[in-house]
Write a protein that binds this ligand. Structure first.
Ligand code: 5RP
Length: 235
């Protein structure tokens, strides 16, 4: 299903596409519910739209300190995941998504909390602009959150698979996640078996979270294209 943009689509920038898909996600938010909220520039558009919508939710479980700060500015209570065992919906962006709903996530370094919150939700709604849709995952370097003392060893394990792992930096220093860990970004992988790769990397000592979301894939993708917002449903 595609919602058209009144014929103005071809002139829309990526930022405008993110705004449109952020607004489209409001269709999945019900008054009085607690929702799961992801991280990133597309989610920020969703939060802006939520703030303007007049929809009053009971609260949110957040996937990052950055999103928590934005929720608080909107006056939305941020709840502890341990106190909210189940959520009806989790709304988040992606760095890549394929035709099965498998994703690469973690470009904003929030992948661990994103996977935790997504696991509590009955429905994962991915919001993305069309540039995120790929045939095969892996052109976007795969983020992997790691325990710092294991990063060199894990980098070698990715090299054995044909990947090249780089420690993500924030200025001169390694980036430190909300969980106090580091991120490796692995380029050069063609992820033809997302479920298998996620399972395998999860077994490596020192891996906190691998940014393949295959076991925790999207149920729905709202994809902002030049022709309109498409709704893709995955079984
Ligand atoms: C953060 C993420 C984001 O969802 C992903 O990086 C997409 O971000 P954006 O909406 O800014 O393109 O996984 O860890």
């Amino acid at each position: 299903m595609t919602e058209p943009f009144n014929g103005q689509a071809s002139t829309l920038s990526q930022d405008e596409l993110k705004t449109l898909v952020g607004r489209a996600a409001l269709a999945y938010v019900r008054e009085g519910e607690i929702i799961g909220v992801g991280t990133g520039s597309t989610v920020n558009k969703f939060l802006e739209a939520l703030g303007q919508s007049g929809i009053r939710i009971a609260g949110a479980v957040s996937s990052s300190q950055a999103s928590s700060a934005k929720l608080k500015v909107l006056g939305i209570p941020v709840l502890d995941a341990n106190e909210v065992p189940s959520l009806s919906v989790y709304i988040d962006g992606a760095d890549e998504i394929d035709a099965q709903g498998y994703m690469i996530k973690g470009g904003g370094a929030a992948l661990t909390r994103e996977k935790i919150v997504a696991a509590s939700a009955a429905q994962f709604v991915c919001i993305a602009d069309a540039s995120k849709m790929v045939k095969t995952l892996g052109a976007f370097p795969l983020p992997v959150e790691v325990i710092p003392m294991a990063s060199a060893r894990i980098a070698m394990q990715f090299e054995a698979l044909g990947g090249r792992a780089t420690l993500r930096r924030s200025g001169e220093r390694p980036l430190v996640t909300d969980n106090g860990q580091h991120i490796l970004d692995v380029s050069g992988l063609q992820i033809t078996d997302p479920l298998g790769l996620e399972s395998m990397v999860n077994q490596w000592p020192g891996v906190v979270t691998v940014g393949v979301f295959a076991h925790q894939k999207a149920n729905v993708c709202l994809l902002a294209t030049p022709e309109g917002v498409q709704t893709l449903e995955f079984c």
